[in-house]
Design a binder for this molecule. Structure first.
Ligand SMILES: *[C@@H]1O[C@H](CO)[C@@H](O)[C@H](O)[C@H]1NC(C)=O
Ligand SMILES: *[C@@H]1O[C@H](CO)[C@@H](O)[C@H](O)[C@H]1NC(C)=O
Length: 396
C-alpha cells in the first residue's frame, strides 16, 4: 500500500511540474574538456616525443592526464600586453556540446571512472524524471574552467546570452540558471554582462549551489602543493604544474575586500613569513610560477564586478543559495622551510572545498540561503535535500 501511494505521488508530482527551462553552469575541474593539436612542426615548446597533431579527443578526464605531454599542453601562457592567458600555439581546448548536458553529466564516461565522476549525473536524472529534455529545456553552459577572466570567458558570456535567447524562443519561458561552485563566479559575471533589460526578459532566477562567495582558503593549498579535487588519482606534481599556470585557482583565493583580513592563510616557519588575507599579494608574489600574472588575475576575476554591483546580485535577479557544511576544510597551511618542504594543515568548518564563512556570505546577496546540513562539496549535487529545494523553484 505504501509503495503504491509513493509511486502514485511520484507520478502526480512529475505531471504537475510546469517546467521552467534550466541552464547548468558547472564549477572548476567539473566539466569535460576536449583537446585538439595542430602544433607547428618546428615548435620546440614540448618534449620531442609529444604528438604535434591530433583531432578532437577527450582530455579531462581521460588516461591522457597520466601523460606529461598532455598536462604540458594544458598549461596556459600569459600575455602581459593584453593581460590575457592563452593556450600554447597549436593547442585548442574546449568544453564539448555547449547547450547540452553531456560535458557536465559525467567527466569520465567509462568504467570504472563513470560512477565516481558523475558530478551532475544524479541531478540530471532527477530533472529527467520531471520530464526535462536534454538540449531543449535542460541545458548546460560548460566552459574551459582553466579561465576566469581571459577571452574564453568573454566568448562564453556571449554564447550563454545566445543560449538564453534560443531557450526563450523554444520554450516560451525565462530560464533558471543553476550554478555550482566557481560556476557562481562566471554566472555573476554573466548577469552583469547581460544588463537589466535582458535579465528581466530572459532570466527567471539564479540558484547558486556551494558558491565560494568570498573565495576559498583551499585555493591556497591548491596553488602551493596541489590538490586532486575530484580524486581522479592524478599525479600531484603534474597537476600542480597545471594549477600554477591557469588563472582560475588564483581567482579563487580569499577575496580581501570581504574576507576577514587578519585571517592567516599560510606561514613559513624557517623564514618567519606569515601571510594573511591582508597581504595576499605578497603571498601571490611568493609563488614563482604565479608571480607574473597572479596579481592582475586576482584583482580582475570577480572584484571589479562585485564593486560595480555594490556586492549585490546584478540587475536584481532573484537568487537562492544552497550550501552545506560539517566537513573539515582547509583554513591555512604551515610550511617548515618552503613550499617544497613538509607542511601541516589547519582545518575549520566548511564543505571540504569552500570555507563556511564564504558559503554563508551568500546572505550578502539574498535572505534565501538554505543549508542542507552535513555534506561535502562534491556530494551536495547528489543529495535529495538539494534537489527538493531546486524542484520547488523550477516547477511552477
Ligand atoms: C599579446 O597581446 C598583444 C595585444 O593584444 C598582441 O598584439 C600580441 O600579439 C600578443 N602576443 C602573443 C604572443 O600572443
Ligand atoms: C528569494 O526567493 C524567492 C523565491 O524564489 C524570490 O522570489 C525572491 O526574489 C528571492 N529573494 C532574493 C533577494 O533574491
Amino acid at each position: 500500500m505504501f509503495a503504491l501511494l509513493c509511486c502514485l505521488l511520484t507520478v502526480i508530482h512529475a505531471t504537475t511540474c510546469e517546467r521552467k527551462p534550466v541552464i547548468i553552469v558547472p564549477g572548476i575541474m567539473s566539466s569535460i574538456l576536449d583537446i585538439k593539436l595542430d602544433i607547428p612542426e618546428d615548435s620546440t615548446k614540448f618534449d620531442g616525443r609529444c604528438q604535434k597533431t591530433e583531432d578532437w579527443d577527450r582530455l579531462w578526464a581521460s588516461y591522457k592526464l597520466a601523460e606529461k605531454c598532455y598536462t604540458d599542453y594544458m598549461q596556459s601562457e600569459w600575455n602581459s600586453t593584453s593581460n590575457q592567458m592563452h593556450d600554447p600555439e597549436g593547442v585548442q581546448i574546449r568544453a564539448p556540446d555547449f547547450g547540452k548536458t553531456y560535458a557536465v553529466d559525467t567527466l569520465w564516461p567509462q568504467i570504472p571512472w563513470k560512477k565516481i565522476t558523475g558530478v551532475w549525473h544524479t541531478f540530471i536524472g532527477h530533472l529527467t524524471d520531471l520530464g526535462y529534455k536534454d538540449g531543449v529545456d535542460m541545458m548546460a553552459a560548460p566552459y574551459d574552467w582553466r579561465y576566469t577572466q581571459s577571452k574564453p570567458i568573454d566568448d562564453w558570456l556571449e554564447q550563454t546570452k545566445q543560449l538564453l535567447q534560443t531557450s526563450f524562443e523554444v520554450n516560451g519561458r525565462k530560464a533558471v540558471i543553476i550554478s555550482s561552485s566557481m560556476g557562481g563566479y562566471v554566472t555573476y559575471r554573466l548577469l552583469d554582462y547581460l544588463g537589466k533589460e535582458f535579465c528581466d526578459q530572459y532570466v527567471d532566477q539564479w540558484i547558486a549551489i556551494s558558491m565560494p562567495v568570498q573565495g576559498s582558503a583551499v585555493a591556497v593549498k591548491m596553488i602551493t602543493v596541489g590538490e586532486d579535487v575530484l580524486h581522479l588519482n592524478l599525479e600531484i606534481d603534474k597537476l600542480l604544474n597545471v594549477i600554477q599556470s591557469i588563472e582560475s585557482v588564483v581567482g579563487l583565493l580569499p577575496i580581501d575586500t570581504i574576507w576577514d583580513s587578519n585571517d592567516v592563510i599560510a606561514t613559513i616557519e624557517e623564514t618567519g613569513e606569515v601571510y594573511t588575507v591582508k597581504n595576499i599579494h605578497e603571498f601571490i608574489q611568493s609563488i614563482p610560477k604565479v608571480k607574473e600574472f597572479g596579481d592582475y588575475v586576482y584583482e580582475n576575476t570577480l572584484k571589479p564586478y562585485y564593486v560595480n554591483n555594490n556586492y549585490k546580485v546584478p540587475n536584481n535577479v532573484p537568487l537562492n543559495c544552497i550550501i552545506s557544511n560539517g566537513i573539515e576544510t582547509i583554513e591555512s597551511i604551515d610550511f617548515k622551510k618552503s613550499y617544497d618542504s613538509l607542511y601541516s594543515i589547519n582545518y575549520g568548518d566548511g564543505d571540504g572545498m569552500v570555507n563556511y564563512n564564504s558559503l554563508q556570505a551568500c546572505s550578502m546577496f539574498t535572505q534565501n540561503v538554505t543549508n542542507i546540513g552535513k555534506s561535502s562539496h562534491n556530494d551536495i549535487l547528489k543529495k535529495t535535500e538539494t534537489f527538493e529545494v531546486v524542484q520547488k523553484l523550477i516547477c511552477n
